[in-house]
Design a protein around this ligand. Sequence first.
Ligand code: ADP
Ligand code: MG
Ligand code: MG
Ligand code: MG
Ligand code: MG
Length: 442
Amino acid sequence: MAPGAATSELESFAQERGVENFLISFVDLLGVSRAKLVPKSAIREMEIKGAGFAGYAAHFDMSPADPDLFAVPDPRSVIQLPWKPAVAWVASDLYMNGKPVQQDPRRVLRTQVEIAESKHLRMKTGVECEFFILSGGSDVHQLSDRLDKAEKPGYEQIALMRRYDLIAEVLHYLEVLGWKPYQADHEDANGQFEINWEYDDCIATADKHVFFKFMVKSLAEKYGLKATFMPKPFVNQTGNGTHCHVSVWDTSGEHNVFLDKQDKLGLSTTAYEFLGGVLQNTKSITAILNPTVNSYKRIDGSTTLSGSSWAPCSIAYTGNNRTHLIRIPDGGRFELRLADGAVNPYLFQAAILACGLHGLDHHVHPGPSADWNGHLPPPEGKAVQILPTSLAEALKEFSASATLRKALGEEFVTSYSKIQTERWRSFTQHLSKWEIDNTIDC
Ligand code: ADP
Ligand code: MG
Ligand code: MG
Ligand code: MG
Ligand code: MG
């Protein structure tokens, strides 16, 4: 708040827009959005001191004995809910004892952005958040549209139009918010959709990614439906990916330093080194990009009803070919196809940027592109590394990575590993039907 200002930024926002309450929101290590609702009459003080939370109640590596966690709203991120204009959502940064919380995902990203800025670089990204629309109001997870059952439902016009009301409402709100939406389609699985908007600076994209999931889930509930971004809700169907398109610019944001029109794929040496850093560290960041037990059913390389999983299993880059980890669809950017719908939006961007900067610092060259179908074994004489096959394996790679410890911070890596290892234990302690079916007669 500017010294001596009569009203705080959020107070003015409330006055101008007729906002009654603010959702002071943050995302924990597992990507869960948490919030307090704060009336406009109390927002001024919260803007300075933050809203208090018990950190142990969220997925952080904290204890019930720890002092309060303060979520200080960042007015640059504020969004009035288009479907409930009396409320505005605002992302916040976390503090404890007056100091930034080291395992705050938004802070982890901001640190990488500051390092990039010190090198006169600015990463811009666009995310593609796939989701399923399921029946609402019950614990059973099933598709809401009984007629949506084609083997190859990708781009089906009639199935898309059966969900027109919900999807058009999302498109309209994206337009109102100024995100520049440009398409929506039925994706490759029954009941699966995608809605695209234009890329932005990576912190803005991460905030939008968090808000988009909140908006789609909220609107689906309004229609009595349930939207899920779960990586693989149906074992024989394509899973929910969250591809990320990446380019790096100078700090003015005017000049794309990834673009080289002379190159075969339209990329500069900076772009190749950046993506080389991502490929070199892919196994270490898989635990961030594919953060749930369920994630590994999407990237295991098995086929689906439609004939393709559209998910990578090989660690390689290629041109406009959707079967490898990195696709280069156009000059001046690459697409990272690994992450899924459970990815923490801030850690996602932070992991890409940290690996890319590592590639630039060490002039990592990615080698030749992989110009074959990555869902088939590589041609003779070619070899590719494969991804971790479980969360446990990915966590081992993550916590053993000196590069990540240095880039993302010792405290963050230790806390993330601990929280995620507890999730893995919780999974292994559960007795599955598969075990009974396959072991009872041993
Ligand atoms: P596809 O399905 O072919 O992978 P989409 O059109 O669904 O692609 O999504 C492409 C995303 O990439 C969008 O968010 C778009 O704004 C973004 N994008 C386009 N150009 C760039 C760029 N130079 N840098 C970063 N993102 C970009
Ligand atoms: Mg209380
Ligand atoms: Mg797409
Ligand atoms: Mg898609
Ligand atoms: Mg894509």
